[in-house]
Design a protein around this ligand. Structure first.
Ligand code: ADP
Ligand code: MG
Length: 250
């Protein structure tokens, strides 16, 4: 018993708190199963490692600011035939993040743009990629405030540091000149340095109007689309799927 207490203490001293907590039961089950020393040691270390990986995942999930948790598994591809499931599966491997490519999800409300953007975020976090999720409105008001308070460059780091930045709902509100320039700043600073996932209800043809400046819109789109996967979702709103008949009988 004394040896067990000492073992626990040593493990705690070394920062292996979880191993300390499961030492007694791991020891017991190893004795029951007549495991050799190495198998026992590995079992103990695996407990510690598993716990750390779990905690790490939780911390990174928190830092990502996902608005909710939705996964690829929860997405019903049969409901949205305009989406190429294979393309989405390929994107889920996150190789686009390795190549600093972008993903643009376009389509009307309710077709699953945000769901897919969040699911890509969940997948990225699982794979150890740093993620930050923000709505366009949030990002613009945050950057505008930083700009007015003369701390734009520092605040920009929030949007430049993550390997994957997800900007949801681009295009719901037109941008004034300051916001349009700040948006250009984000896109051009991330260009070929980090991936962007964006969702928008506006086709690219409408971005001139959205940014209030066609030259600026061209400059933004030029960078955004240079290495981009574009998913144009045409279909019915999933939100309304049980409320309106999808095909009308005459
Ligand atoms: P959008 O961002 O395109 O407006 P959302 O992604 O917010 O749409 O989707 C609206 C709701 O419907 C969400 O709760 C989402 O999880 C769900 N949803 C949309 N499409 C699908 C789908 N194909 N399979 C499962 N759930 C879906
Ligand atoms: Mg949405």
């Amino acid at each position: 018993m004394k040896a067990l207490a000492q073992g626990r203490e040593r493990l705690s001293e070394l920062g292996l708190d979880h191993a300390a907590a499961v030492l007694a039961e791991t020891l017991q089950s190893s004795m029951r199963e007549k495991s050799d020393y190495m198998t026992f040691l590995l079992a103990l270390l695996d407990h510690e490692r598993g716990q750390r990986q779990q905690r790490n995942l939780e911390v990174r999930t928190k830092l990502a600011h996902l608005p909710y948790r939705k996964t690829m598994e929860e997405f019903d591809f049969s409901f949205q035939p305009s989406i190429d499931e294979r393309q989405v599966r390929e994107l889920s491997t996150m190789s686009f993040v390795g190549q600093q490519e972008n993903v643009i999800l376009l389509g009307p409300p309710g077709v699953g743009k945000s769901h897919l953007a969040v699911a890509l975020g969940v997948e990225a976090i699982r794979q150890g990629i740093s993620v930050y999720f923000v709505s366009m409105t949030q990002m613009m008001s945050d950057l505008r405030k930083a700009y007015e308070e003369n701390r734009l460059e520092r605040r920009m780091r929030v949007y430049l540091r993550p390997k994957l930045l997800i900007v949801d709902e681009v295009g719901y509100m037109p941008l004034d000149p300051v916001a349009a320039n700040l948006f250009f700043h984000v896109v051009s600073a991330r260009y070929e340095r980090g991936s962007l996932v964006m969702t928008s209800n506006k086709g690219f043809g409408e971005w001139g109007e959205l940014l209030g400046d066609r030259v600026l819109a061209t400059a933004v789109l030029d960078r955004l689309l240079h290495h981009a996967h574009i998913l144009n979702i045409r279909g019915n709103s999933y939100r309304l799927k049980d409320r309106i008949p999808l095909s009308k009988e005459a």
